[in-house]
Write a protein of this length. Structure first.
Length: 91
């Protein structure tokens, strides 16, 4: 079990990024959260099995026809015991 703190920069707000992350995380059984930051970036916490996280991060870095990722910073952080869901903030 691993947990990562991720910052994503690019065309990532106002393009469905949070919903995209939520769908990709839930489809892999990952937990954590995603939210927009005031600086135009998106912040993600992602937790689960390493290979599933790797697949999630690869999909996020590819984006889609609306989402364009220019830079992604990934740092390992302590696991949150008992976390059950992936959620997203409205801010």
């Amino acid at each position: 079990m691993k947990r990562y703190h991720v910052f994503v920069d690019g065309q990532v707000q106002g393009v469905g990024m949070r919903g995209f992350c939520m769908m990709e995380a839930q489809s892999r059984g990952l937990t954590g959260s995603v939210k927009n930051l005031d600086n135009g970036m998106v912040e993600i916490y992602i937790q689960g099995e390493q290979e599933l996280i790797d697949a999630f991060l690869e999909k996020v870095s590819q984006g889609n026809r609306f989402i364009r990722v220019d830079d992604m910073s990934v740092k390992e952080v302590p696991v949150v015991e008992g976390e059950k869901h992936f959620s997203y903030g409205w801010y």
